[in-house]
Design a protein around this ligand. Structure first.
Ligand SMILES: C[S@@+](CC[C@H](N)C(=O)[O-])C[C@H]1O[C@@H](n2cnc3c(N)ncnc32)[C@H](O)[C@@H]1O
Length: 246
């Protein structure tokens, strides 16, 4: 990430190398727009983080655990995680997302939730390695080469045996099935953009963001030292991975 417009280098934010991309330029312009952010939870349908919290607890995370949420958005996971685990660091490149989350964290009196402006490629984890990293619907903002570097950075911030819980839009089909799967996806889109993602939102996601095939993502996870211990897919599009750092 180029320093300046994206995040100021500091204890938790790396100084950008000349060859690094500006993560803010890949963040999705809507995520930087305060009006979009204000309606974000409603558009998302207020996803329930219970399954994610339970998946982490099942692997031994308790009220001593440290968790990093990368691409936290409005903090739907981070706020719930801070009530259950010991310390949560919520990281996002978007000032608008973080502003809303900071208000919520303060209103909830959650002193164990740190909010930090940085990205997958620029967040520097200091202190003891984390017990878990969570990321939902954010890794696809990065092209595949950068996804691998982001996953490598995640692996390095975890302790051995630490957990990555990754949710994202990931394509679980062969190339020849693309039209069929997308036609079905668009057929179930929301009509009202305030109430959910429309078919035009989905089309824009495909055109401008970097969701990748499952059979490309899984070798990336293995290459940086993760063992996948559970995978679930919905509609051949929405993947939830639980991975352990070896
Ligand atoms: C679709 S939202 C998902 C937010 C949240 N994780 C959720 O599930 O509700 C994607 C989020 O990723 C953030 N983001 C985009 N690129 C990022 C990057 N390179 N590093 C960290 N966060 C990023 C955006 O600002 C946005 O808040």
């Amino acid at each position: 990430m180029a320093p300046g417009p994206s995040a100021e280098p500091g204890e938790n934010v790396l100084v950008a190398e000349s060859w690094m991309i500006d993560e803010l330029a890949y963040a999705g312009p809507e995520h930087l727009d305060a009006a979009f952010v204000a309606g974000f939870d409603r558009k998302q349908g207020y996803p329930d983080p219970s399954d994610d919290l339970d998946a982490l607890a099942a692997l031994g995370l308790d009220d001593n655990a440290t968790v990093v949420d990368l691409g936290t958005g409005t903090g739907q996971f981070a706020l719930a995680a801070a009530r259950r685990f010991g310390r949560v660091t919520a990281v996002d490149v978007s000032p608008a997302m973080l502003a809303l989350l900071r208000e919520r964290a303060a209103a909830a009196g959650l002193g164990n939730l740190d909010c930090l402006r940085a990205g997958f490629l620029s967040y520097r984890h200091v202190g003891p390695p984390a017990d878990a990293v969570y990321t939902r619907h954010a890794l696809h903002q990065l092209p595949d080469f950068w996804k691998v570097l982001a996953l490598d950075r995640i692996a390095r911030m975890l302790r051995p045996g630490g957990v990555l819980r990754l949710r994202d839009l990931i394509y679980d089909f062969r190339p020849a099935e693309t039209e069929e799967v997308f036609r079905n996806w668009f057929g179930h889109a929301a009509a009202d953009p305030a109430e959910g993602y429309t078919s035009e939102d989905y089309a824009e996601h495909i055109r401008t963001e970097h969701s990748t095939f499952r059979w490309l993502l899984e070798p990336m996870l293995a290459a940086v030292g993760f063992e996948t211990v559970a995978v679930e897919f919905r509609d051949r599009l929405y993947g939830a991975y639980t991975c352990v750092k070896r």
